[in-house]
Design a protein around this ligand. Structure first.
Ligand SMILES: [Fe+2]
Length: 464
């Protein structure tokens, strides 16, 4: 588990202060060499200096346990105190310069284990931003106290190089308890790249751009290796700043995996090459080959750009068409259960499918890009494709993936708001009048459909 927090540069003197996390009675000091900050000044008149970010990894936690923790700013001690020191409370109190509120988190069950008396719930969100509907969505999410982990499928803040919007997003999230108590796993969206053509902030001498600066600095996902971010040529971006080809960004927060009890999660970067022979492809292949489905019967992939879409926008984008050509055969071969994405500002859930046809052994594809930025993408055609089960382009919301046992999960779309007139509403015909549109369905684990059959009316059965 990694606890991330920021400290204002005004509060910290790197020669005499250090960030720390106290978990129970164990105190872990941050590594002074791993304090992250960045400068994204755009001109003489537009300076941006980020806060200082600590990402402190807490090891030796027991699975399936609740821990209390507190973030601290401490007076540095010489010689430097070692990590994991159990400090005398009085000595520690003398060192504390400032402290956060006490929060709690739960560790996931050990790989392959289930909680004793409940299911495991993931919230799935995408394209969140800091709009009124974004705030409405997370307000609803905060009321659901049963979420174990949040999967955020990219386009997180829509900062687009205006880094104060990242601060606004962090403030928006921090106003809710879940943000300090529930792990958040992120995927890289195009609006998380923070690059612009003109008056670009971090334009190198040759005109190329640094990418993913805030995305790498502010978050710390489980790393395969530290990030490798080379300068990206301007030719890799369209006039509107959107990428038109894969970008030189490997490892770090770009792509990674984690295990959460009975589920294995693979997070991919849509904007890093996944062509055969690429680093990401070879890593993905080795991950898929090494998954032990007897321990983790659920296999969930998250990436920003969907493989399938019933909507107009981004329909023929390289990152979607190549994903369908290159990644789908792997997802089908290795029986991925769910492929969750954002990017498109709407909602879609497919039937289990493979290669543009319904297939009970194939993944269910979800687009959950209606977190708050917009929810008004037009349909590609009036009649939904045969592999689409539910689609909507008028409601905001998030999804809940509820893993019930090895064989069954429930997927639920939680609606949090709808487009009003003037924001893609009734008058431009993107508004579905059926506000009662509902999506809550049992999914049979595709590993077992041949022996169990597809049964959409499953009796609740907690036997595992
Ligand atoms: Fe996007």
């Amino acid at each position: 588990m990694t606890v991330s927090f920021s400290i204002s540069p005004a509060c910290i003197d790197e020669t005499s202060t250090v960030g720390a996390v106290r978990v129970g009675d164990v105190m872990i000091e941050g590594d002074p060499n791993d304090v992250v900050s960045y400068n994204a000044s755009r001109s003489d008149h537009n300076h941006y200096y980020s806060d200082l970010y600590y990402h402190i990894e807490i090891d030796d936690l027991q699975p399936g346990r609740k821990y209390s923790y507190q973030c601290l700013l401490l007076q540095k001690e010489e010689p430097s105190i070692q990590q994991y020191l159990r400090q005398d409370r009085e000595v520690l109190n003398e060192r504390i310069i400032s402290r956060s509120n006490i929060s709690t988190f739960h560790t996931p069950p050990a790989p392959g284990q289930w909680p004793q008396d409940r299911s495991i719930k993931f919230a799935v969100m995408g394209d969140l931003a800091t709009k009124p509907h974004s705030r409405e969505t997370i307000w609803h999410l905060d009321r659901d106290k049963s979420i174990d982990c949040i999967l955020l499928a990219g386009d997180i803040s829509y900062a687009n190089n205006h880094h104060h919007i990242w601060d606004e997003w962090m403030d928006m999230m921090s106003a809710h308890d879940f943000f300090s108590s529930t792990p958040v796993q992120i995927a890289l969206g195009n609006h998380d790249l923070d690059t612009v053509h003109r008056s670009g902030p971090i334009e190198a001498i040759d005109g190329s751009l640094e990418i993913g600066l805030a995305y790498e600095s502010r978050f710390r996902m489980p790393q395969i290796q530290p990030p490798v971010r080379e300068l990206a040529s301007l030719n890799l971006f369209r006039r509107n700043g959107q990428p038109n080809d894969f970008l030189p960004y490997e490892f770090g927060n770009a792509y990674y995996s984690f295990t959460f009890g009975p589920s294995k999660h693979i997070v991919l970067s849509s904007y890093t090459s996944f062509r055969e022979g690429s680093l990401q492809y070879e890593w993905l292949l080795s991950e898929l080959q090494s998954v032990d489905r007897s321990a983790t019967p659920w296999l969930i992939v998250m990436l920003h750009c969907p493989l399938y879409t019933t909507f107009q926008t981004h329909h023929k984008e390289l990152f979607t068409t190549e994903a369908q050509a290159i990644l789908e055969p792997l997802f089908v071969e290795y029986t991925v259960n769910f492929v969750v994405a954002g990017h498109i500002h709407a909602y879609m859930r497919t039937h289990p499918m493979a290669f543009s046809r319904r297939d009970p052994r194939g993944p269910v594809h979800i687009i959950q890009g209606n977190g708050g930025r917009q929810a008004n993408d037009l349909y590609y055609s009036d009649a939904a494709e045969e592999w689409v089960d539910v689609r909507d382009h008028s409601m905001y919301g998030y999804g809940v993936l509820d893993l019930f046992n090895n064989t069954h999960a429930m997927w639920k779309w939680v609606k949090t708001g709808f487009n009003a007139e003037g924001e893609g509403g009734i008058h431009d015909q993107r508004f579905d009048a059926d506000l009662n549109l509902h999506d809550e369905i049992w999914i049979t684990n595709q590993l077992y459909v041949e022996e169990m059959g597809v049964n959409e009316n499953v009796e609740l059965d907690l036997e595992r």
